[in-house]
Design a protein around this ligand. Structure first.
Ligand code: GLU
Ligand code: ZN
Length: 469
């Protein structure tokens, strides 16, 4: 039997970490077993489904190199097929029409709450012989009473048992004529010959309903794997509302696809202590056996660690391409002081994300200005002006432009002025960059080159003079 898995996102929001994790696991499981991977867009929620979310799904999967063998299928194009099956079920009695109005259903629900009864549809329409041919109706699935329990085996959790009594005759087609999620999923998985369903834990409660439908139509029951939730440091389930889980944002910030995939792979799966997995390794080593039963914690520091690792492994050529791209994004116009290659040399192993170059690189190229605030005043004032003047006077003494010579020069200046090296650096930093916190000042001086440094020191002296009190 050919293994077939699927990723079935609903285009009602941007793809998030949890989505990609189920996509990745499903994809890897199909690859490992030489099976097929199906992409299906579950867009029967017409109000909340949006075309740009569909675009986002396709774009992100492509960016992550998660390719599919079939699809994308769209559920809204399969409505006729769903209706055929629903008509068949209406005929063979596994489903029935419900003419109850929303108001009537609500009233009954409230009564059940008041009486302390279980909230459940009371089968009025199943028991009535009346036919309301002109009225709009929903279609409900008839929960069979041949068994008290419905059970299934979950790969991670083992046997899961549901009491049929707990289930009501749920709606499989709404009054607006659109079939519901639990129904469409079953027909799709059946038609698409899906053998393994890998999805989030939140779908466990849907599984008994889906198995009931599968039994009613005589389809095969797939193997279910419900992956455990992802939480934050405080143990709270990560959600779109409270956490940054949107994959597009990680892409924008300059996380590399391989780093993100590697990190997400380990959010719920492990292979001994191995941490770094190439795509090929993932495809070869992934299994369902090693999925974790307990929840996983999302940790941005760990993700940054992976990203830093993957950034440092990029070839110089690729890194320079990325750097240029992100400079453009931040409107940083690179000239030769320093060149992008020089920046690469210095910052290659220091970036967590490509977006960090915004803070690191712009000091070299953008017009600096001194905020007339307390901190700048503390470092740029008439006392430190003496330091800056001496620096400027002696600066041309540096004959050969090298980090070593700059270090020697800076040491000479600090001993000549009888000040500590940190004090000297804390004067030069704001003078040259307008900032208090920067990468090591000797690197900055080296990268910027003589001319720019002279200009900036002069500018800072000017600032002190015009702002003196
Ligand atoms: N469309 C569902 C979701 O986005 C997935 C359903 C499934 O995997 O069975 O949560
Ligand atoms: Zn009814």
């Amino acid at each position: 039997m050919k293994i077939k898995t699927r990723f079935a996102p609903s285009p009602t929001g941007y793809l998030h970490i949890g989505n990609i994790r189920t996509a990745l696991y499903s994809w890897l499981f199909s690859k490992k077993n030489k099976g097929n991977f199906v992409l299906r867009i579950e867009n029967t929620d017409l109000k909340r489904s949006k075309e740009f979310f569909v675009k986002n799904i396709l774009e992100i999967l492509k960016w992550l190199n998660i390719d599919w063998d079939e699809g994308p299928y769209f559920q809204n194009k399969r409505i006729n097929r769903y209706n055929d099956v629903i008509n068949y079920m209406l005929k063979n009695g596994t489903a029935y029409k419900c003419y109850c109005s929303q108001k009537k259903l609500e009233k009954k629900r409230n009564e059940q709450i008041i009486n302390g009864e279980k909230i459940k549809y009371d089968r009025t329409c199943y028991n009535s012989i009346k036919k309301n041919n002109n009225k709009s109706y929903a279609v409900r699935f008839l929960i069979p009473n041949n068994n008290k329990y419905i059970t299934f085996i979950d790969t991670i959790r083992g046997k899961i048992i549901f009491n049929n009594n707990e289930l009501e005759d749920f709606i499989i087609k709404r009054t607006d004529g659109i079939p519901t999620y639990n129904f469409c999923v079953v027909i799709d998985d059946w038609d698409m010959k899906i053998t393994h369903v890998i999805r989030g834990e939140e779908h466990i409660n849907n599984t008994p309903k889906q198995i009931h439908i599968i039994n009613a139509i005589g389809a095969n029951i797939p193997i279910y794997t419900h992956v455990s939730i992802i939480t934050d440091d405080l143990g709270k389930k990560i959600s779109k509302r409270n956490h940054n889980v949107n994959i597009s944002e990680y892409k924008e910030k300059g996380y590399l696809p391989d780093a993100l995939l590697n990190y997400i792979l380990l959010l719920g799966w492990s292979y001994g202590n191995k941490e770094i997995f190439s795509l090929e390794e993932m495809k070869k080593l992934f299994n369902l056996k090693n999925l974790h039963k307990s929840s996983s914690t999302f940790n941005i520091k760990k993700l940054n660690w992976f990203n830093k690792h993957y950034l440092s492994k990029l070839s110089k050529k690729n890194m320079v391409i990325y750097l240029k791209l992100f400079c453009k994004k931040h409107n940083i116009k690179i000239d030769n002081n320093p060149s992008i290659e020089d920046l690469y040399k210095f910052f290659n192993n220091r970036l967590n994300t490509l977006d960090e170059i915004n803070n690191l690189f712009y000091i070299f190229y953008k017009h600096i200005y001194y905020q007339n605030n307390f901190l700048i005043k503390k470092y740029l004032n008439l006392n430190t002006k003496i330091i800056l003047n001496i620096f400027l006077k002696k600066f041309n003494d540096i004959q050969i432009w090298s980090i070593d010579n700059i270090n020697i020069f800076l040491k000479k200046i600090s001993s000549k002025l009888n000040i500590t090296f940190p004090k000297l650096a804390m004067t030069l930093r704001p003078a040259i960059t307008g900032l208090i916190n920067t990468p090591p000042i000797n690197n900055i001086i080296f990268l910027m080159g003589k001319k720019k440094i002279i200009n900036r020191i002069k500018k800072s002296i000017n600032f002190i003079e015009t702002n003196k009190q």
